[in-house]
Design a protein around this ligand. Structure first.
Ligand code: NAD
Length: 436
């Protein structure tokens, strides 16, 4: 099938590449000319494990191409995916200007039947808005389909190639058949393509992300309580996670959720609800608790360093909002850095993939290390913010030689408490006993 993907970011590039992988002809359109030029040279603009291989293969086999020209890209496409940003607008609602703007441009160009698919996360009623844009600008029949994306950065290729489920919102039989055909290779093991109306589909995505954000936030609150009552959140987590109704996943406490999706989607759902005069109380609490959780580590540090953080030097491991990505959007590390610098501390950070993105955002506000142990040199403490696998079993001897003091503030509970006791650390993690 011939497919156009408009917007070649994390979602668009994974979608385009994975659709090419099963034999479709995919053309990716982006307004960022520099990015398109790089992709044409075979240079992948994001870090996403496993994507490069597929990206190179499909470029080489000429099923995956890139352009800045919308007109040429959509001409032959049967299905046009919109994988455009939907950032929070000033009032917290999703900014639909990218999606509606692209819809208008496409509407002015279409000459024959197309299925236009919103892959972006968009509020309930957006498919109707997109449809109205088409009706206002063209006589050509176009079906507007909602097909929210559930991929997780870091495992996006697997999530796309073997999705737990695909959600498609359409009431058009014609569009449904095309979408069924398109997704058939990805659900061969029997996972469902769930068809529904557009509004339910749009809400499904927000409900999923908001539920997950709530689950994390609930555990963060349990962890905070564990510290007060002298309980161990790891034990509580295992105790509740083995209940099939609760499940083991998404129960790890930390320094608050971040990323390009949870913060904006929770906010947008709360805002959508309020537009219908519904006060979505849980989501308001989730946002409030998450704000507090982002700086819980700094609060702990302020308590520990009674003389203040000014003049101290801290090593910070992990900048990406989660492991296996270079994405730093709404990353808790950025909030922690801001707080520490505000307090007059010096920060030297290490991350396997996200340093360049942070350098662009924060410049020389902090130092950057090429290697995790270099970051530790002469530091008063280590702060762990992202649970990259390589931080799990570090060389503790090297660590101790580099650090000025054996002090760790761990926002991800990476280390065994007994080990920290044995090695003589002050070790402060989330929802567990503080080792002193
Ligand atoms: P992104 O910012 O990484 O990518 C967006 C791309 O669109 C950029 O390359 C940008 O240059 C391009 N663009 C902007 N305006 C354009 C235009 N008019 N024409 C062509 N290209 C244009 O965003 P993303 O993370 O891929 O997210 C896209 C959507 O998918 C959002 O709605 C997001 O909520 C949703 N989503 C994201 C994820 C995720 O993990 N990142 C997961 C599921 C859903």
């Amino acid at each position: 099938m011939k497919i156009a993907v408009v917007g070649t970011g994390y979602v668009g590039l994974v979608t385009g590449t994975c659709l090419a992988e099963t034999g479709n002809d995919v053309i990716c359109v982006d307004i960022n000319a520099e990015k398109v030029a790089k992709m044409k040279q075979g240079e992948i603009p994001i870090y996403e494990p496993g994507l490069d291989l597929l990206f190179q293969r499909n470029i080489a086999q000429k099923r995956l191409t890139f352009t800045t020209e919308l007109a040429g890209a959509i001409e032959e496409a049967r299905i046009i995916f919109l994988a455009l940003p939907t950032p929070p607008g000033g009032d917290g609602s999703a900014d639909l200007s990218y999606v509606l703007g692209a819809a208008k441009n496409i509407a002015q160009l279409v000459k024959d039947y197309k299925v236009v698919v919103t892959k972006s996360t968009v509020p309930v009623g957006t498919a109707d808005k997109v449809k109205a844009v088409f009706e206002a600008h063209t006589q050509v029949v176009v079906d507007v389909v909602s097909n929210p994306e559930f991929l997780r950065e870091g495992v996006a290729v697997d999530d796309f190639m073997k999705p737990d489920r695909v959600v498609v919102g359409t009431r058009s039989d014609r569009a449904r058949k095309l979408m069924e055909e398109l997704y058939a290779p990805y659900v061969r093991s029997g996972n469902p393509v769930i068809f529904m109306d557009e509004r339910s589909s749009e809400l499904t995505k927000y409900a999923a992300n908001s539920f997950l954000a709530t689950k994390i936030t609930f555990m963060n609150e349990i962890a905070n309580l564990c510290e007060l009552v002298n309980a161990d959140v790891d034990m509580v987590r295992r105790g509740i996670g083995s209940d099939a109704r609760i499940g083991k996943r998404f129960l790890f406490p930390g320094v608050g959720y971040g990323g390009s999706c949870f913060p904006k989607d929770v906010q947008a759902l709360a805002k959508s609800a309020s537009e219908y005069d519904y006060n979505f109380k849980i989501l308001n609490s989730v946002m409030e608790v998450n704000e507090r959780q982002k700086t819980v580590i700094v609060d702990k540090m302020k308590k520990y360093y009674k003389e203040g953080l000014g003049g101290k030097k801290f090593a910070l491991w992990g900048l990406a909002f989660k492991p296996d990505t270079d994405d730093i959007r709404e990353a808790p590390a950025l909030y922690i850095i801001d707080e520490l610098v505000k307090e007059g501390a010096q920060v030297v950070a290490y991350d396997p993939e996200a340093i360049e993105n942070v350098r662009r955002a924060k410049g020389d506000m902090i130092g950057y290390a090429e290697d995790p142990y270099d970051a530790l040199a002469g530091a008063d403490a280590l702060i762990i913010v992202t649970e990259w696998p390589l931080f799990r079993t570090p060389d503790f001897d090297r660590m101790e030689n580099a650090l000025k003091a054996r002090v760790i503030f761990d926002g991800r509970n990476l280390y065994d408490l007994q080990r920290m006791i044995d090695r003589g650390y002050y070790y402060n993690s989330i929802g567990r006993q503080t080792i002193t």
